[in-house]
Design a protein around this ligand. Sequence first.
Ligand code: C2E
Ligand code: MG
Ligand code: MG
Length: 519
Amino acid sequence: MTFDGLVHPDDLDRATKAWGRVATGGGGTASEVEARLRRRDGEWRHVWVRLTNRADDPAVGGIVVNVTDVTDRHEFEKKLTHQSLHDALTGLPNRDFLRHRMERAAAAASDDEHSVLFLDCDDFKRVNDTFGHAAGDRYLVEVSGRVVASVRPEDTVARLGGDEFAILLESTGVEGAAIAAQRIVGALCPPIIIEGKAVHPSASIGLASGRLDAVHPETLLADADLAMYFAKRAGKGGYRVFADEMRTQLVDRLELGEDLRQAVESAALEVEYQPIVDLPTGRIVGAEALARWHHASRGWVGPDIFIPLAEELGLVERIDQCVLREACTVGRSWIDDGLHDLRMAVNLSGRDLDQPDLVAQIARVLHETTFPAGLLEIELTEGVAINKSGGGQDILDALKSLGVHLSIDDFGTGYSALSRLRSLPFDRLKVDKAFVDDIDRVHRGAMLVDTIIDMAHVLGLDVVAEGVETTSQLDYLKERGCQFAQGYLFGRPMAAAALTTLLKRQRLAVLAPVGHLAS
Ligand code: C2E
Ligand code: MG
Ligand code: MG
């Protein structure tokens, strides 16, 4: 047999040289070489070979070749290397692998810009909680597959852990990376079917670009991470490009969060009440309690800023508890003042629904304030109300069993399936201000409002129009059979005492002709 039939072509040169060295080196020369040899059945085996020249040894008189088959060890090492650089669940490269790739890109002294996308799945915890960890794993594998399919083969998609992924796009500037980010967002849209239910995956993506000789790879990754945080805050399912201001904004937000924590702890938040009016009679029939925060140096900070912040910091549950307690106390004082049948509406956040003892807490507040459950109305925004899959319905039923009423807030801003809406125990639907605005502004804009009102009536829900500001909106809504409205036209949110005064005046005017209440 010749060497070239036995030794793998790629190893032939090395093997021949080692042999030559030992053969010509004379007695005592030795050499070692690793090579692949062909077995009789044709399979290649990794072997470790030691060659020793024993030509001088009369008992041997030749070259001794010791061959050890190291194929299994080889495979094992390969697997170990793979495992230490890859994620077991998805088979994707891991953080070490990504770092290695970024360092390689940094070392390749070129002027190219590189980009990193930092991707974090939205509401992954909910998938895990609702369907279990096996389903959560399948979700992650599906997401990783879609991400890989959305980028070029030479891009590195790594799983950083949990529901976080990073994608290195070498020699790609911010424009190209933005297109990739958009493609990923689109690819995630189709539902994944888990236990017969369609789950819509989505992710928030941060994008950072730079020349790696100027920016440290870890910094680029951290910038993309920060941009991802801003993408989340902007409403999820989208991407944001890193900008330097994000760092200062983050610090700013951390400070604001700290101040909010202190305000909550020292019970410094206030509550205002906005009247809700019955359109056929023009009378105030209830109010919505709205949280207010006066910041020592920034002045009034709106709930659209501090409520999401409180949700992020896990403070919203306490805020909503306080608002509820105070609102029920005010509601009780109206009854004591002989102002009967006035409903009090409070807002709950999606996070409240995750509290296992929410229903018991509300029951306790109702009991302690002796406010009748039948006059309390709980508002949940459409997204929270409808999209709470699984556990959501149980909690809504439990709330209903207390005797309180349930409203869908900001209706029209979510994407709810009508079939879901029909099966949930709601009493009222609040049409979002954006649709009410359209009555005056947009050609045929009022048609959407008509449709929502008709649909609500078919489903047996009362309708409240939010944010009514003009008499033409009022006239239109009345004509279309919308029963309730709320808005600056009737009254801005105000202190409890101010609303109580209005209500008392209204009671005195009961025998007088009723005009509308703007004052
Ligand atoms: P929302 O529940 O839809 O409350 C109605 C919002 O519309 C209030 O804004 C109110 O001041 C505003 N509004 C009412 N009429 C008009 C109008 O004619 N024109 C205009 N431009 N605006 C009008 P606000 O107080 O800024 O609250 C914003 C959102 O913050 C609320 O929307 C609610 O989702 C949330 N929020 C407020 N207080 C609480 C709270 O105690 N707990 C929770 N979880 N969320 C709250
Ligand atoms: Mg509301
Ligand atoms: Mg609303």
